[in-house]
Design a protein around this ligand. Structure first.
Ligand code: FRU
Length: 489
């Protein structure tokens, strides 16, 4: 890998900025064969500061090319999170000489307004690009949505083309609820409805909404999925992303969902949104692989934080309950190398399993096992760091314990408690997939029904895997494969 993208904790098959601070993914849009990734970026420090939109492009969502900064702060404020659309019909009139405009819709955060004690310092603006995202021009009529009601948290617009009503729909968050708007031209917006004051989790402020239609797997039924990130209030602490499955008629979103659902139970998947215009009707999700509890304290120096593995979402219905499954995008397959190790494993109170490897820095590990048997899988190294993942049938949960995983003392909540996922203990074998990338681990169980994403900072790479159980447990086709660096090309 290029020396500059090869520091100790630098993820090799996840996106990171070349240098300095990054938070939320923004403006995810597919256009002309290219996946664009914009992101919250402060180019002058490795902590949060005046926000810009960084930019990167990819043809496969794994190998990224860094691009020049797309949006800089201006007289209306800093550039907070938002989305991007392809204005095929030139509804906003920015198109020239047959060039299709990309239009970014984002939040302006006025520092002056905030300092002056006003409550209307967050407004919405737009900008356009006629060269496939290389250069951007802000719209002269900004802001396109002011803030007459003085709601302090008023941000993160997600815009998409709503086929049924032939207009643009925007969803943004306003503190403890989401607001829906419509527009014929991306400039003039009409407020349609509100959702959520009395629905879902409210342990923190609502942020980074997304709304999209999905086919229920193996049926013709269609439902709408609403993503809402909240900070704090996630089930394992700090920031996390909940979702609602319901219906959207072009004006209002409704749901009879009672329980709160989370897209990922790990502490390190926040502010995630999905691609506009992705091909083959796929619904690709990317999250920011960190947590506001400790995002600014993690032990890296050149850059700070990564994106999650992009994931294909599927909507499933079982026993009349809808839920999302997320799986690493299939493109990851071409970065996975020849099998290093494969075997069937049986462990019990007398016999555990242990195997040394040269380096588990970049590996995919998979096996099938039964969710009704207690099990512990430990990654460790010669310096005594250990990261433990397991099944606890008494508590009916999967867990990840990073309390001894390496550097953990930069912030209290990072490793205070194991992170857990409630599971249906059942007597059938389910697939486990784990992806380790230097400073992160992503766990997908039962094809993405249970997902847990966590950062880890081992003092040196993990080199041993051991597996233990109190009663007999079997892991079939336990497989370890290397993953190639995506910065190599
Ligand atoms: C979410 C968030 C957004 C905001 C952005 C600012 O992490 O707080 O609500 O637009 O970060 O960087």
């Amino acid at each position: 890998s290029p020396a500059s993208m090869n520091e100790k904790y630098r993820p090799q098959f996840h996106f990171t900025p070349k240098e300095k601070w990054m938070n939320d993914p923004n403006g995810l849009v597919y256009h002309n064969g290219i996946y664009h990734l914009f992101y919250q970026h402060y180019p002058e420090d490795i902590v949060w500061g005046p926000m810009h939109w960084g930019h990167a492009t990819s043809m496969d969502l794994i190998h990224w090319k860094h691009q020049p900064i797309a949006l800089y702060p201006d007289k209306h404020g800093l550039i907070f999170s938002g989305s991007a659309v392809v204005d095929k019909k030139n509804t906003a009139g920015f198109g020239k000489n047959g060039k299709t405009p990309l239009v970014a819709i984002f939040t302006y955060h006025s520092m002056e307004g905030e300092k002056a004690g006003r409550d209307d310092f967050q407004t919405q603006g737009i900008a356009y690009s006629l060269d496939d995202g290389q250069t951007w021009t802000k719209y002269k009529g900004n802001p396109v949505i002011g803030n007459p009601t003085g709601i302090r948290d008023f941000r993160d617009p997600k815009v998409f083309w709503h086929r049924a009503s032939r207009q643009w729909i925007m969803i943004l968050v306003a503190g403890d609820h989401a607001k829906f708007y419509s527009s014929p031209n991306l400039k003039d917006w009409t407020h349609l409805s509100d959702f959520g004051k009395d629905k879902g989790a409210h342990g923190g402020v609502w942020e980074c909404p997304d709304l999209f239609k999905m086919k229920v797997q193996d049926s013709e039924e269609e439902k709408w999925v609403l993503l809402i990130s909240i900070n704090p209030g996630a089930p394992n602490g700090g920031s996390g992303t909940q979702y609602f499955v319901g219906d959207f008629d072009g004006i209002t979103f409704t749901t009879d969902q009672k329980e709160t659902k989370w897209i990922d139970r790990g502490m390190d998947n926040y502010a995630g949104i999905t691609y506009n215009n992705a091909p083959y009707d796929r619904r690709v999700f990317i999250g920011w692989m960190s947590n506001w509890n400790y995002a600014r304290d993690t032990p890296t120096k050149v850059w700070r934080s990564a994106m999650t593995m992009p994931r294909d979402l599927r909507l499933v219905k079982e026993q009349d309950v809808y839920f999302l499954k997320s799986q690493p995008i299939r493109e990851l397959g071409s970065y996975i190398g020849e099998t290093l190790f494969r075997t069937d494993i049986v462990v019990d109170s007398k016999k555990s399993f242990s195997k040394d490897f040269d380096d588990l820095n970049r590996t995919a590990i998979s096996f099938d096992t039964n969710l009704s048997k207690d099990l512990k899988l430990t990654f460790s190294n010669k310096q005594g760091d250990s990261l433990v993942i397991g099944v606890d049938t008494e508590q009916q949960q999967l867990f990840l314990d990073r309390s001894a995983s390496g550097i953990v003392n930069f912030e209290k909540s990072f490793a205070e408690r194991p992170q857990v996922i409630p599971i249906d203990v059942s007597d059938k074998d389910v697939p486990f997939e784990l992806y380790l990338d230097r400073s992160s681990i992503e766990l997908f169980v039962e094809k993405g029904k249970y997902v847990l994403t966590a950062q880890v900072f081992p003092n040196v790479p993990y080199t041993n895997i051991s597996i233990s159980a109190d009663k007999k447990a079997e892991l079939s086709t336990f497989t370890v494969q290397p993953i190639r660096s995506s910065w190599d090309e």
